[in-house]
Design a protein around this ligand. Structure first.
Ligand code: ASP
Length: 342
């Protein structure tokens, strides 16, 4: 029996058309291009339907309300399909891929995000390969996770980050192995995949409009600037620090600003600016000063995972104390808990 896949088409380069203003999406166009390509009607392909969003978006215009619409559609269509492919722009694909695992609790079917750097209608498009492979992943595997499939890599969604603005290998999973090998065959790596779950247990956690943000430290950053960012109504901040989670500990004013925000209930999570590796706030005095000011470790989470996790936890209505306790815990495979030292 052929598997049934629902393609949720949100927008992105893959379905865009050249216009005098540059590439832009056009309703119905991607379906026409796919119908003209023999790969998509090959007998090896699963059965699929395309559900197109309106308007189609450049993913730079997407946010939490779009993630919620996708999560709700997956829940509504969950029983009718064996899995889902989300066609998405690459620019914020890692954010959507990070948010969905938190929102879709108990997911037991594959949800695979993909897109492309060159539109499907152009010669040399990477979209054909990416979309065919994403459909095949749903058809041939039982990965009960939100994945990101791009450039012949299959990554856990909440571990992925965009690393190349134009290259075909646009995404990486710097702190977690690939969920499978994509070569002549598609071979999942069971040891890296989350355990199977009961198929009927999907719960969607809606997102509220939590006030969270991200701030990248830079040499010379002033206490005033940080104080302005941390002003009410901000509830949570991903602080992108140096190396193993270090900051300007000699700046007593800045440390006082962080401590004062902590007292007001602002949750500040430490993620490293480095692509690879983990935060250890006990490694250097410059990191332990942040811990003393109330900053909690984001371990080896990407900034995308930390931000979306915080939105999810605030949306659950948890108090700051509980959110601080949850941030260094592994909820959906987004961090390596043995790394969550402090
Ligand atoms: N700006 C596009 C988007 O994110 C880029 C892409 O799809 O590759 O929608």
């Amino acid at each position: 029996m052929k598997k049934k896949v629902c393609i949720l088409y949100t927008g992105g380069t893959i379905g865009m058309k050249p216009t005098p203003q540059g590439y832009a999406p056009e309703a119905g166009y991607l379906g026409l291009v796919m119908a003209s390509m023999p790969d998509f009607s090959s007998p090896e392909m699963p059965e699929y339907v395309i559900r197109e969003y309106s308007p189609l978006l450049d993913s730079s215009n997407m946010g939490p309300r779009h993630w919620l619409a996708i999560a709700r559609d997956i829940a509504d269509l969950y029983r009718d399909f064996d899995g889902f492919v989300i066609i998405h722009g690459t620019d914020t694909m890692a954010y959507t891929a990070s948010a969905l695992p938190f929102m879709l609790e108990g997911l037991a079917k594959p949800v695979v995000l993909t897109g492309s750097q060159i539109p499907l209608c152009r010669v040399r498009s990477d979209g054909r390969e990416n979309l065919v492979t994403a459909l095949m992943v749903v058809a041939q595997t039982h990965i009960p996770e939100v994945c990101l499939c791009f450039g012949n890599r299959l990554l856990r969604g909440c571990r992925a980050t965009k690393v190349d603005a134009a290259g075909f290998q646009a995404f990486d999973s710097p702190n977690y192995p690939d969920l499978g090998h994509i070569g002549v065959t598609i071979r999942p790596h069971p040891e890296h995949i989350l355990p199977a779950r009961p198929v009927n247990g999907l719960t969607v956690h809606p997102l509220s409009d939590a006030r969270v943000g991200a701030l990248r430290l830079f040499p010379g950053i002033s206490a005033d600037l940080v104080a302005n960012v941390l002003r009410s109504p901000l509830q949570g901040l991903v602080l992108e620090t140096y190396g193993m989670g270090n900051g300007p500990s000699d700046d007593a004013g800045l440390m006082a600003v962080l401590a004062e925000a902590y007292e007001r209930g602002v949750v500040i999570v430490n993620c490293t600016q480095c692509l690879r590796g983990t935060v250890d706030q006990g490694g250097y005095a410059a990191g332990s000063a942040l811990a003393r000011a109330g900053v909690v470790s984001g371990a080896d989470m990407t900034a995308e995972a930390a931000l979306t996790k915080m939105i999810y936890l605030f949306s659950l209505g948890l108090p700051p104390r509980d959110i601080r306790a949850q941030m260094p815990r592994n909820l959906r495979g987004e961090l390596t808990e043995s790394h969550a030292r402090s």
